[in-house]
Design a protein around this ligand. Structure first.
Ligand SMILES: [Fe+2]
Ligand SMILES: [Fe+2]
Length: 184
């Protein structure tokens, strides 16, 4: 029998269901950022965020897979509010960095709770995500630094992104499986 929200889910599983919403929200928010760049003829920045949107969707679908395999009943949530109005390219990247830092904190909380509840399988599931968060925070802080250094020259930023931020070919081998098809 599957465990459902009304019937004694662990705190860890409840937080994981929240995380599903955060990952789908991140995916949607990155589509909004990519679209903004795309509409302003900044194809390289658009490419990075379209790709990032797919990665966030994969994160959500890894959680779906994990919940199904753990016999937790899964309902797909609506996403939180998406921001679409920005003044400068810097605002978009600053938002992305803020979002990645928030998600990192959410995974730290998940880890704390998995430990409190002696959920060893849950704890193991989180390791890949923690590593991934380190990379994504680093990526967005680099991009923000490049934008700041470019002093408004977006041609320089586009060149940097084209050269130094290629689409990585697939995820790491130790990435958790998704429900359904994934980027990798
Ligand atoms: Fe994510
Ligand atoms: Fe992310």
């Amino acid at each position: 029998m599957t465990k459902s929200a009304e019937h004694g889910l662990s705190k860890f599983h409840r937080l994981l269901i929240d995380q599903l919403r955060h990952e789908f929200t991140a995916s949607h928010q990155y589509v909004a950022l990519a679209t903004w760049f795309d509409a302003r003829d900044l194809p390289q920045l658009a490419r990075v965020f379209y790709r990032q949107a797919l990665e966030e969707r994969d994160h959500a679908m890894m959680i779906v897979r994990y919940l199904i395999d753990s016999d937790v009943s899964v309902t797909i949530p609506r996403v939180d509010e998406i921001q679409n109005d920005f003044d400068t390219p810097r605002d978009l990247v600053a938002l992305a960095l803020r979002q990645e830092r928030e998600v990192t904190n959410q995974f730290h909380m998940l880890m704390r709770v998995a430990r409190e509840e002696n959920d060893y399988t849950g704890e193991q599931f989180l390791h890949w995500f923690l590593q991934e968060q380190t990379e994504e925070v680093a990526k967005m802080s680099t991009l923000l630094a490049v934008i700041d250094r470019s002093a408004g020259n977006l041609f320089d930023v586009e060149n940097f992104v084209a050269r130094d931020m290629p689409d990585e070919s697939g995820g790491s081998a130790d990435a958790p499986s998704t429900a359904g098809p994934s980027l990798t």
